[in-house]
Ligand binder design. Structure first.
Ligand code: ZN
Length: 143
């Protein structure tokens, strides 16, 4: 957390991290904006205020998505679909629904797959999501 971190904005979403992280995040947002504009507007722009590089991925109700290497870097479309997933957690909370736990995860995964198919997420990742049973939140990182 030092001088090498920079701050930038994309459509009003604050992005904080290394230059590479900021550029990568802007690419992911641009991908969503282009390929799934409805989801981008009604979920991502509506709920996310800040995307910040961190050691562990986590989202909070204030709309801050902390993003770790394992979320951001395996694949651009994976990262973009994860942004949708996290925004949907906040959407559930905003609707007064349970926003964490197994059934919430399954809802978020469903929305993530739908967005993933639109943005060209590869089959490998789609299958990975389909095999998730919604209990991954029990492991150390909430995703
Ligand atoms: Zn989740």
């Amino acid at each position: 957390m030092g001088k090498r971190y920079k701050t930038d904005f994309f459509d009003g979403i604050k992005i904080v991290g290394s230059k590479i992280f900021v550029e990568h995040t802007k690419k992911a947002l641009r991908l969503l904006k282009k390929k799934t504009p409805g989801t981008y507007k009604t979920l991502v722009l509506k709920h996310l205020r800040c995307i910040r590089y961190a050691r562990v991925s986590q989202v909070n109700d204030a709309g801050e998505f902390r993003v770790s290497n394992i979320t951001a870097y395996p694949d651009l479309a994976w990262y973009a679909s994860s942004i949708v997933h996290e925004a949907y957690h906040i959407e559930l909370g905003a609707r007064g629904l349970v926003d964490s736990g197994t059934s919430a995860e399954l809802k978020c995964i469903k929305v993530q797959i739908r967005a993933g198919l639109r943005i060209g997420l590869s089959n490998k990742w789609i299958e990975h999501l389909k095999t998730r049973d919604g209990t991954h939140w029990k492991s150390s990182t909430r995703g």
